[in-house]
Design a protein around this ligand. Structure first.
Ligand SMILES: [Fe+2]
Ligand SMILES: [Fe+2]
Length: 241
């Protein structure tokens, strides 16, 4: 469903109760998409706020699914404008929401930036948002950011994987069952957005062991399929370099 004619922002349910809010911006040749994920449950959760300037279209899209003031959790993978830029505008719209991120992210950035105290999640920590449990995995420097982590919905096995498997392009389907590694490797060749860390393949293997059925990317299509196989293929590719 297109929720804003001017920006082309759309909302699609990509897994049970998980809504992808996607806006394309011409930040690179060929275009690029910015996705937020709204999980509609007793305590609705938003992962990636989008840039601050995108707040009006993000809140407009959220409102097509739930009243924005019902949001209880607002977080992201790591502290960057596309992940947390609209946080304070969203907190004004949803005063009962708690910002969250990795413990180190809360320490270094989120608590400095946010209008309300944030919750720092420990590696492996689980929390309930109603009918489902979410699990936080701390993934420092994978693909980048000391404070990087991913959020995993244990009930649908959806991995909110942030900048992993970033695919360029403007007109991306919400979900694809075609592998996204080739496209994301093309992006990595164009812009070296990975930290050159030593523990990357061990972290990717740890994510694979969760056997995600969907990789919900922040940029590009969400991939429905054998997420573990794709994570292991990415790990092997990085190892070869
Ligand atoms: Fe990033
Ligand atoms: Fe990003």
């Amino acid at each position: 469903m297109i929720t804003n004619i001017e920006t082309g922002t759309r909302v699609d349910e990509v897994a049970r109760g998980i809504y992808q809010i996607s806006t394309r911006l011409d930040v690179i040749p060929g275009g690029f998409t910015f996705n937020s994920y709204l999980i509609a449950d007793d305590e609705p959760l938003l992962f990636h706020t989008g840039y601050r300037k995108l707040f009006p279209v993000i809140v407009e899209a959220i409102e097509k699914v739930i009243p924005a003031q019902k949001l209880r959790w607002i977080g992201g993978s790591h502290f960057e404008g596309d992940e947390f830029g609209a946080l304070n505008d969203l907190l004004a719209a949803a005063p009962e929401a708690t910002p969250f991120g990795a413990e180190i992210g809360v320490l270094t950035s989120i608590n400095d930036f946010a209008a309300q105290p944030a919750r720092g999640l420990q590696d492996g920590e689980e929390f309930s948002i109603g009918s489902r449990r979410m699990k936080w995995l701390y993934t420092p420097h994978v693909p980048h950011g000391w404070d990087c982590g991913i959020l995993f919905d244990l009930s649908t096995r959806t991995m909110l994987c942030g900048d992993l498997f970033t695919q360029p392009g403007a007109n991306m389907p919400a979900v694809t069952e075609t592998e996204v590694l080739t496209a994301s490797e093309g992006m990595r060749a164009m812009m070296d957005y990975y930290a050159h860390a030593t523990s990357t393949s061990a972290i990717l293997e740890r994510l694979a062991s969760l056997r995600p059925s969907m990789l919900a990317c922040q940029h590009g299509s969400a991939y429905r399929g054998d997420g573990a196989a794709l994570l292991r293929e990415l790990g092997a590719t990085l190892e070869r370099e």
